[in-house]
Design a protein around this ligand. Structure first.
Ligand SMILES: Nc1ncnc2c1ncn2[C@@H]1O[C@H](COP(=O)(O)OP(=O)(O)OP(=O)(O)O)[C@@H](O)[C@H]1O
Ligand SMILES: [Mg+2]
Length: 651
């Protein structure tokens, strides 16, 4: 199947009706996009992947010497038993090996060049899907279309493309169903998978890697999904590699080339129709009544090492070794090498980056803000639960310190109440961490596929979360403020709410920063709580500022703790202008400012607005840090991986 066209060099003449990224474009309408579409010839040679292992050898081979190629307009199927290395091979082709991969060797070239496959030059649907669980199918595809499709394409056309892709994947009956997760049942497993394929097919990318596109689908659904993929592959001359489990005969017939793996070894790579002969020649002819795909998998499956499968004196491992050796010494393998040499002989087109054809920065921010706002609205754990708890705490504080008055005892009560508001309320923000992590997962995946930039994500998150943070600060703040009976001046109330709001803004950025760095949910919660705990300890409450030990606590903790500024601001806001009677009701009164400077060691040289300004600057600085951290992780991770591979190669 497939339009097999032999080419001597690379990159034949472009199809006249497709744009740079396979997007169908009327050039008169979009003059900017008058470019020759490039095609992608993907070749991989001697791919080897190993991970650290606990045994004495120290290294476990996952893939060894895997070689093959994929051409535009054709589909290569990677098949093999579970755990044979299909996903690992796709990861290697996409340049997205896991962080614990100790060594990866070999060459992956596109059009004979080393080109970065990540960040927008191809689409990869991984085995594990990362979708925003609160959105419906329609919303997910529409937002993705707005982010991924060219900025000059009208919105109506983007919607049409999205609708068509939804229909092509047979999702028209569940367009308004939410994806679901976290105990809320939504789409079925097969529907989720088809939705993930939809998102990757939207732009008709030059290179499409699909990990198990038909898992969870019945045979009819698998057939129709694959048929659509074949149609688009031919129409847009996409280069497609799919890892697939147990395809039906009809689906198997769609594949142009087959890559068979077992125990990380290549058993066969070549034309699908020639695999039968290869197996027959080496003593494993396919029985008449059996599907070839089933036969290959039965022959090379080691998971259930059953003597019946291949004969009594022939353990499956030996069969695999024999087939792998036979393949490496066969003419088929030599032809594959020759074909790769031909494809790589002259360097072809550089696949252009999708960036120039994507939504612009402003649209990205707008679409992401809207999507994120809806997600926050529908995910009860994101803000609503926190709002409820804060209202409860506001009422609890109000009843505990009800109408605090201005007696001598109210000094201590005010101080502890302000401490609770400034410090412990931020600690509760950790409750929203699981929702951040879910959102970050989607972000990481979309980012790897090049859907939008880090800046757009960081800004849009700030925009979408602000209304919720205002609600969380104002409603419980007002309840507590009036019940406690703090100074009845609107400007003082506004300052009080602003301090709570900026604290929330800051803690939000901190938790996102932690989510970006720390790999697991539990580690993130513990790390976040640890950092906030340290900041609260260094704020000058549990030990007064002048009593703090210089090393670590005074320098730097006291100066970098946002709680210090929140405490100082709130203390000044509340105590300035108040007078308290001295103990035992003598005639002398205690001035609020005296409490601040003598009892609380507060620096009175600057106004409370400076404290608020510093807090705001810290919230902004943390968001900039988030941006820089994500960027740095993206840049440093490949370098670390490369250096780890090199050191392994040298050793
Ligand atoms: N990052 C990793 N660290 C340790 N082992 C790994 C890692 N990635 C893969 N493996 C191991 O390598 C083998 C191949 O894994 P891979 O996910 O590629 O298999 P697969 O063929 O895709 O399986 P399935 O069909 O079940 O998805 C497995 O035994 C797996 O446990
Ligand atoms: Mg897999």
């Amino acid at each position: 199947m497939g339009s097999f066209r032999h080419n001597n060099g690379i990159c034949p003449e472009p199809e006249p009706d497709t744009g740079g990224w396979g997007v169908q474009i009327d050039e008169s309408e979009f003059p900017v996009m008058k470019k020759k579409p490039s095609r992608a010839y993907l070749t991989w040679e001697d791919i080897g992947v190993s991970v650290s292992s606990s045994n004495s050898v120290g290294k476990e081979e996952i893939l060894t010497g895997v070689t093959g190629y994929a051409k535009p307009g054709e589909i290569v199927a990677i098949m093999g038993p579970s755990g044979c290395g299909k996903s690992t091979l796709l990861d290697s082709l996409a340049g997205r090996s896991a962080s614990n991969i100790r060594c990866s060797t070999g060459r992956v070239l596109i059009n004979g060049r080393q080109q970065r496959l990540t960040h927008g030059t191809m689409a990869y649907m991984a085995q594990e899907q990362n979708l925003t669980w609160t959105l419906t199918v329609k919303e997910t595809v529409y937002y993705s279309a707005e982010l991924q499709l060219p900025k000059l394409m009208p919105k109506s056309e983007k919607r049409q493309r999205a609708d068509r892709t939804i229909r092509e994947m047979g999702l028209q009956d569940c367009v308004n169903t939410r994806i679901g997760g976290w105990g809320n049942k939504g789409l079925s497993g097969g529907q989720r998978r088809r939705l993930s394929i939809c998102l990757e097919l939207l732009t008709h990318p030059k290179i499409l890697l699909l990990d198990e596109p038909t898992s969870g689908l019945d045979s009819a659904a698998s057939y129709y999904v694959m048929k659509q993929i074949v149609k688009l592959t031919h129409e847009y001359q996409m280069t497609v590699v799919v890892a697939i489990h147990q395809p039906s005969s009809q689906v198997f017939g769609f594949f142009d080339s087959l890559c068979l793996l077992s125990l990380g070894k290549e058993i066969y790579f070549g034309h699908t129709f020639a695999a039968n002969q290869f197996f027959a020649v080496h003593g494993f002819p396919c029985p008449d009544q059996q599907s070839p795909a089933d036969h290959y998998l039965m022959t090379i499956n080691t998971d259930f090492n059953d003597q019946d499968t291949v004969g009594e004196n022939n353990p499956v491992e030996q069969v695999i070794d024999k087939l792998a050796e036979s393949y490496k010494s066969s003419d088929i393998y030599k032809n594959v090498r020759c074909e790769i040499a031909t494809l790589c002989r002259s360097e072809g087109d550089v696949i252009e980056r999708k960036g120039s054809l994507q939504a612009n920065f402003f649209t990205q921010c707008l679409v992401l803000s809207e999507r994120s706002f809806i997600n926050m609205y529908r995910d009860l754990g994101y803000y609503w639960l926190r709002l409820g708890i804060y209202i409860g705490l506001g009422l609890a504080l109000g009843s505990l310190f009800y109408q605090i008055g201005s007696g001598y005892d109210s000094i201590g009560a005010r101080i502890s109440m302000i401490m609770f508001i400034a410090a412990f309320l931020t600690l509760l923000a950790i409750g929203g961490f699981p929702s951040f992590v879910e959102e970050m997962k989607v972000f990481h995946w979309e980012r790897l596929n090049g859907h939008y930039g880090v800046g757009a994500y960081v800004i849009s998150h700030a925009i979408s979360s602000t209304p919720y943070l205002i609600a969380i600060s104002v409603i419980p703040g007002a309840i507590a403020y009036w019940l406690i009976g703090l100074q009845q001046d609107p400007s003082l109330f506004i300052y009080f709410v602003l301090v709570v709001f900026v604290s929330m803004l800051w803690v939000e950025c901190l938790m996102m920063l932690v989510a970006a760095i720390v790999p697991t949910l539990l580690m993130g919660i513990i790390s976040g709580a640890g950092i906030i705990g340290l900041m609260i300890l260094g704020a000058g409450f549990f030990r007064l500022p002048n009593d703090l030990p210089y090393f670590f606590w005074k320098y730097p903790m006291y100066y970098i703790s946002i709680h210090r500024y929140a405490l100082q601001g709130l203390y000044k806001n509340e105590f300035k202008g108040l007078k308290f009677p001295e103990y035992l009701g003598g005639p002398v009164t205690i001035d609020g400012e005296m409490v601040l400077s003598s009892a609380l060691h507060i620096e009175m040289g600057h106004s409370k607005w400076i404290d608020l300004g510093i807090m705001f600057a810290m919230a902004v600085a943390y968001r900039i840090m988030l941006f820089c951290t994500i960027k740095a992780i993206e840049r440093v991770r490949p370098i670390i991986k490369a250096s780890m591979s090199c050191s392994t190669l040298r050793s």
